[in-house]
Design a protein. Structure first.
Length: 234
């Protein structure tokens, strides 16, 4: 079991790594590591493509998530599954909250989040690291002249929180996650607005007081993660 204080994040770093994508970072949260890359293209989804002769009115942000075979002690089989599909939709929704899509007409950002090592909190790490990769890719798109105005509204980050032995704890690693009576994944904007709150009572229902305590603690943790994002983007 972790020796961290209940209100303490795991050690978190966000560092660039070389790749062919214009935005590439490795986020580490304790032993969890996720490679986040962001590419830009001028190929919109079919349902957003303009009619012939019309200019595109907006852009799009989409995400894919996968756990690499050696990310878990027992080899993870390759290929999409329902869990990965649900998580990548969450990542896409969260990252679109950081962007004004009308300021990037005709441009698509593809965010790929590949889990190298899973020790709890992979989806929240993917959102936090994915935002930094996205911001780097947008800088590249502006250099290319594909985007005239900065479409970033503000950062988005995410963290897990839960109740273990009656205590509200921040940033659950695997050992805490499997022991949790309640676990919550929270994604939030820089304005303190919630993009996603995914919560489950694993053993017994939780009270409104516990929910409020978890959201307050998650907000504190996300503020700290956004400071790490800002440092990574300098």
């Amino acid at each position: 079991m972790t020796t961290r204080r209940p209100t303490q994040l795991r050690p978190v770093t966000i560092e660039p790594f070389p790749s062919a994508a214009p935005g590439s970072v490795l986020i580490s949260a304790g032993n969890t590591r996720v490679a986040c890359t962001a590419g830009v293209s001028r190929e919109l989804p079919p349902w957003l493509a303009p009619k012939p002769g019309e200019a595109p009115k907006q852009g799009w942000v989409t995400a894919e998530y996968a756990m690499l075979p050696a990310s878990t002690p027992q080899r993870k089989k390759r290929g999409a599954d329902s869990r990965a599909t649900e998580i990548q939709r969450l990542i896409g929704r969260a990252l679109r909250a950081a962007i004004d899509l009308n300021k990037m007409p005709g441009v698509t950002l593809n965010i790929d989040c590949d889990v190298i090592c899973a020790d709890g909190g992979t989806r929240t790490a993917a959102i936090t690291g994915g935002y930094v990769a996205l911001a780097l890719a947008l800088r590249h798109a502006r250099k290319l002249g594909w985007i005239e105005r900065d479409p970033i509204v503000g950062p988005v980050a995410a963290v897990s929180v839960g109740v273990i032995d009656g205590i509200v704890r921040l940033d659950l690693d695997y050992a805490l996650d499997v022991a949790a009576e309640v676990d919550l994944n929270v994604a939030m904007t820089h304005r303190g607005q919630f993009v996603e709150v995914q919560g489950t009572a694993e053993h017994r229902p939780f009270s409104r007081k516990q929910l409020d305590a978890m959201l307050t603690l998650a907000t504190s943790g996300i503020r700290k993660l956004m400071a790490i994002q800002r440092r990574a983007l300098r």
